[in-house]
Ligand binder design. Structure first.
Ligand code: FE2
Length: 266
């Protein structure tokens, strides 16, 4: 649940009753216990997930609008190579100097539910810098802005559905959902093109100790669905003395679909 620049902190409301992480974790664990007892499988996030305080006030209350997929595809955007410069996929060269932090490449494929590549789609990312700070006036986190890092980039998927970004590994950052609340390091992804609507999700890094404490990641109730949001370290993608490499595929439909935020819930 973020605004266009990805600052969850901007949406904190009076619904955020003061409570510590221990109380928050107890809430998360109780809802997880209820979910596991239910015997159901939910691969999409709960829109009204109480530990994520502001979702209670802002979640959609009406049924989703049903649209005809074929008519949507007729009117959906088609992107060409002149629309997006290949250099926009490199977030480390947007200024005159080098941004600070761990240089990394994130690469993967956008696939449909049958495993087919989704070609020529717009993939946009936005993220905090290495210190966990967004360039956004409502992000007042006491961490430095990096003048050489905007945290935004975009590219088009190739003929095999592939995308690739070079960037800086983001840091975790605090937000005001509850006392001492921190988001695991993540990169926001938006996908837009010849499918029903813009899709927005988040990618995480393996082994992050904050996963179980984070009410946003925990809105995704199924462990396997949460796992699909975590990239894999790939040493073959890592380049000698240059950058580390992570791989993350995005599945738009079907049983293995990646969790997506709703436009309304942003
Ligand atoms: Fe964020």
């Amino acid at each position: 649940m973020v605004d266009a620049t990805g600052s969850e902190e901007a949406f904190v409301t009076s619904a955020a009753a003061p409570s510590g992480q221990a109380a928050m974790t107890a809430e998360i664990l109780e809802l997880r216990r209820q979910y596991e007892q239910s015997g159901t499988i939910e691969t999409q996030p709960r829109r009204d997930y109480l530990p994520y305080r502001s979702s209670i006030l802002r979640h959609p209350t009406k049924d989703l609008h049903h649209a005809d997929p074929e008519s949507i595809e007729l009117a959906s955007p088609a992107f060409g190579h002149r629309d997006v410069d290949v250099l926009e996929a490199d977030l480390t060269i947007q200024a005159t100097g080098d941004p600070i932090g761990e240089r990394m490449v994130i690469a993967g494929r956008v696939l449909d539910g049958a495993g087919r590549p989704v070609v020529g789609q717009l993939v946009e990312i936005w993220q905090a810098n290495a210190a966990g700070r967004y360039i956004h006036q409502r992000d007042q986190h006491h961490a430095p802005i990096d003048p050489n890092f905007t945290g935004v980039g975009r590219c088009l998927t190739g003929p095999d559905g592939s995308y690739r970004f070079k960037t800086i590994k983001p840091g975790p950052y605090p937000w005001r959902n509850h006392h001492n609340a921190w988001r695991p390091a993540h990169i926001h992804f938006s996908l837009f093109g010849t499918f029903l609507s813009r899709m927005v999700t988040q990618m995480y890094f393996p082994g992050d100790p904050i996963f179980d404490l984070d009410p946003i990641l925990q809105t995704v109730r199924d462990q396997r669905a949460r796992d699909r949001l975590v990239a894999t370290y790939d040493h073959d993608l890592t380049a000698h003395e240059e950058h580390t490499g992570y791989r993350w595929d995005i599945v738009l439909t079907g049983r293995d679909r990646s969790w997506m935020e709703t436009e309304e819930a942003e």
